[in-house]
Design a protein around this ligand. Structure first.
Ligand code: ADP
Ligand code: ZN
Ligand code: ZN
Length: 732
């Protein structure tokens, strides 16, 4: 009989549908097989008709009906239970929504080692425990039999003792109990809006414990944004659940694991033996046949968005998957994404998520530092560290306390700025700032494409010294060293400054050793980028200073303020972690815009107020979550080819049948160079597509795929290297 099989064919990754093969036995959809393609043999997934149709609908020609005599037989069938209908539907949805082929998405969602193993090798893997390789606890397993795919049940020693109520290690706070009661009473999805240290992780563990106790096979997926956050979380979940359920109950899934470890975790989740899967964004595709709860911690984090292949948002897919599988979904954050915040508005206003509130911090972290704004308009011209801030840092040094000085430099497109009069390179046509392109010294609007040469002097006041906002950490470190040269520590030694950023931590172990220096108290001032504001627990830091956060207020990226606010909230949490010093902790913000609503909300740590002001702006500009966006990015040998390709595809869209109706709800902007216009001799351009309707945007993109493909073969696109669609892009 003829069966459809999805494989990953990179060369045609936008269009490929399932391929047809012959099989002498009926194979259930979701079965993993090995199939010949050309001279190679590839891993494939048996796909059903519904899936094939869905795939064809995105513009990919499904396999033309061809002569069965010419079809090749399936090479081998893997001895694993088929992937579920839910899993296949998730893959189909992700492929359609993010405008990729189902084959690419499906195969990328499987552990890489599965592709390389023959059926015999896999068989051996299933029946033999892995050698204990590293100290990584995620691969240690109590027994090999929990790996056996032929067993649909789990080891008897792993079966829970059958307690109905979870035993918490701590007495829950009233806020925690309230959140849990709502979680039990309602269907969700939930947004757990809880301050840092309010005990969100405790709530996650409690809800997990509840589900595991209620049913013998329930599975829970817990997602975190970054690999380096997994060990901490894994330790807490292991400590909580392994004593009762055995060590095999928790597995991790992230790209920092070896291929063998990843395969092992995946198989454990797929068989149902692992009841708790902890992972980064890729884990959203984990095969979990009894999935009942998905937790997305730090749901606002941009790391949930993939930036290669299918550019999916794991947070958004988690919500979709929850609905699909009838599993509960809980997003958690102290500074939620504005999208999730908006979705969790009151039901009467159209809200779809249930907002759970835990505003209070527990225990020694209860007090947040006092926020002080330094009005830079009243400080000496062009000073980087204002005199009052320098004085405060010096006082900290005298008391053997530490200061953290950070720059939120990364990720923001540079905007030109006049330090004398406050002029900024605003676009005359848009509510956006034009971006400084060093390569040809131009100012370009990434929205409308308007371009102008960089003015010789400030157009407002004539000051010739206009410069991109922002300053590097290296310069800052040097500058601080000069300013503090005359200061000595109480022990008579000179002041020690350490810089932590992507450059200083490039070598393996560098970050750890730098952090160890901070913890041991050798360091007086820590200088760095946002990477130091996250997650680390610095006990002796009593001063946190954001030196120049203004660039994010006026970034061409409309999400920059949202990120800045989250970052400042997080950074504030670094100060005064040691209870004895908490009282004197301060958060300093140097700004030319001290009355900006963002900073006003920050002084009260008032996320809702900040969100309200931002959402009002977004609504006026019909930006997400009020409008929907997609970006097509093109890479070519020349900027002309990249832009021609995009503009040509845009013009050609006007020639689609029913173009007036199709385009009525779509705005296609002209192609513009990306803010980092050239990387390694490759020119990059992008085109923004907007719509007020998600459906209209989806339909347009599906139709437009074919046009884009045709546009690529136009002679003037010579030198075009690749292009890709990014749906719901995070960086514009
Ligand atoms: P979050 O995830 O919101 O940052 P955590 O769950 O990590 O918060 O809790 C912060 C700290 O407070 C942890 O050390 C945790 O063990 C502790 N904690 C959480 N809930 C309670 C509670 N009900 N009673 C006492 N300590 C708690
Ligand atoms: Zn513009
Ligand atoms: Zn000026």
């Amino acid at each position: 009989m003829v069966i459809s099989v999805l494989v990953d064919m990179p060369a045609h990754s936008h269009r490929a549908g399932p391929l047809s093969y012959l099989s002498d036995q009926a194979l259930a959809a979701g079965t993993l097989v090995r199939v010949p393609l050309g001279t190679r043999e590839l891993l494939g997934v048996v796909w059903d008709d519904a899936a094939a149709r869905a795939n064809a609908a995105i513009g990919g020609p499904s396999e033309p009906a061809c002569d069965p005599a010419k079809l090749r037989p399936v090479a081998a069938v893997m001895d694993l239970p088929p992937l579920s209908l839910n899993w296949r539907t998730l893959i189909d949805f992700a492929a359609r929504y993010y405008q990729r082929s189902a084959g690419e998405v499906a195969l990328a969602a499987l552990p890489p080692q599965l592709r390389d193993l023959s059926v015999t090798q896999l068989g051996r893997r299933l029946n033999k425990p892995l050698p204990k390789k590293s100290k990584d606890s995620s691969i240690s397993s109590s027994s090999s039999s929990s790996m056996s795919m032929s067993m649909s049940h789990i080891d008897s020693q792993d079966i829970p003792a059958g307690t109905d109520e979870p035993v918490d290690e701590v007495a829950l706070s009233a806020e925690q109990s309230g959140a849990i009661a709502q979680f039990k009473a309602q269907k969700g999805p939930f947004l757990l809006f809880g301050a840092t240290g309010s005990g969100k992780t405790e709530v996650f563990m409690h809800c997990t414990a509840d589900l595991l106790a209620q049913s013998v096979d329930a599975q829970v997926l817990v997602m975190v944004p970054e690999i380096n956050l997994t060990p901490q979380l894994e330790d807490r979940f292991r400590a909580r659940f392994c004593p009762q359920y055995g060590t095999a109950v928790v597995v991790s899934m992230h790209s920092g694991m070896t291929p063998a470890q990843r395969l092992k975790s995946w198989l454990a989740a797929h068989s149902g033996a692992a009841r708790i899967v902890l992972g980064t964004r890729m884990a959203v595709f984990a095969s979990m046949p009894h999935l009942q709860l998905i937790i997305v911690d730090e749901e606002h984090d941009p790391s949930y968005k993939s930036h290669e292949g299918a550019r999916y948002s794991a947070r958004d897919l988690a919500v979709y998957r929850g609905r699909l599988e009838d599993a509960r979904v809980m997003l958690g954050s102290a500074t939620p994404s504005l999208e999730s915040w908006h979705h969790s508005r009151p039901v009467a206003d159209g809200g779809r998520y249930v907002r759970l509130l835990m505003p209070s911090r527990i225990g020694p972290h209860a007090v947040l530092p006092r926020v002080l704004r330094v009005d830079m308009n009243h400080q000496p011209r062009r000073c980087v560290i204002s005199p009052p801030l320098l004085d405060a840092i010096t006082q900290r040094i005298a008391r053997s306390e530490q200061s953290l000085v950070f720059l939120n430099r990364r990720g923001y497109a540079p905007v030109l700025h006049c330090a004398d009069c406050g002029w900024k390179s605003e676009c005359t046509c848009c509510s956006a700032y034009r971006v400084f392109h060093k390569i040809d010294r131009s100012l370009r609007c990434h929205h409308c494409g308007a371009t102008a040469p960089v003015p010789r002097a400030c157009p407002a006041c004539g000051n010739p010294d206009i410069a991109p906002m922002g300053r590097g950490t290296e310069q800052l470190e040097e500058h601080l060293a000069e300013l503090l040269a005359a200061v000595t520590r109480p022990d008579g030694l000179p002041v020690r400054i350490v810089r932590i950023d992507a450059d200083s931590t490039r070598h393996k172990g560098a970050l750890e050793s730098q952090l160890a220096q901070v913890h041991s108290g050798q360091v007086d001032v820590l200088v760095g980028t946002q990477m130091i504001a996250k997650g680390h627990d610095f006990r002796r830091i009593t001063l946190v200073a954001a030196v120049n956060p203004d660039n994010a207020l006026f970034s061409s990226d409309f999400r920059a303020p949202e990120r800045l606010f989250g970052l400042l909230m997080q950074a504030a949490g670094r100060a005064g972690r040691d209870a004895s010093m908490a009282g004197s902790s301060e958060m300093w913000v140097q700004t030319f815009y001290p009355t900006h609503p963002l900073f006003a909300a920050l002084t009260r740590y008032d996320y809702p107020a900040f969100a309200q002001s931002q959402l009002a702006e977004r609504q006026m500009a019909t930006m997400p979550p009020f409008g929907f966006q997609a970006l097509v990015r093109a890479e070519a040998r020349t900027q002309e080819a990249a832009q021609f390709f995009l503009n040509h595809a845009s013009t050609a869209a006007q020639a689609l049948p029913d173009a007036p109706q199709r385009l009525a709800r779509i705005t296609l902007y002209p192609a513009v160079p990306m803010s980092i216009q050239r990387i390694n001799y490759v020119e990059r351009a992008q085109m923004l597509v907007e719509s007020l309707s998600r459906t209209a945007l989806q339909q347009f993109l599906a139709d437009w795929q074919t046009v884009l493909h045709q546009s690529g073969s136009h002679p003037q696109c010579k030198g075009l290297i690749r292009w890709a669609i990014d749906v719901d892009p995070l960086l514009i």
